[in-house]
Design a protein around this ligand. Sequence first.
Ligand SMILES: [Zn+2]
Length: 155
Amino acid sequence: MAKKDMIVNAIENGTVIDRIPASKSLMIVRLLGLEDDETCSVAIAVRVKSNKIGLKDVLKIQGRNLSPDEVAALGLIAPGVTLVTVRDYEVVSKTEVEIPNEVEGILRCINPTCATNFREPVVPSFQITTKKPLLLRCNFCDRVMLEENVLAQFI
Ligand SMILES: [Zn+2]
């Protein structure tokens, strides 16, 4: 087995997130709430040599798949990562995560008086108005958020 395949194939069931820009893996851990999720095991490889992108991080999550909302949020903080679903040690799907058109839940609105920040049942949601530079608009209060506002939520 080639060395690069070991990283992808070492889990039985779950998710591998590959080609993460170096040092963004911990943001993804926080985005997915993996620190507090006792149902899964997580392996983090930091600054792995990659022919394509120089140094990269790799996240292996045993026993957990990502919801569509989580994939969308992942596309905001680390577009271009490779999302691999593994079942019985086999890769069943492999996709490149793109910047979504909208995202629901996970992110918080930066407007402290936004309804999503003080009325519990209201799930925050945002439209992505431009991708380069990244701009999001809150569906509840119309506040515009920048990429740095998004990244700051997971540092
Ligand atoms: Zn808002």
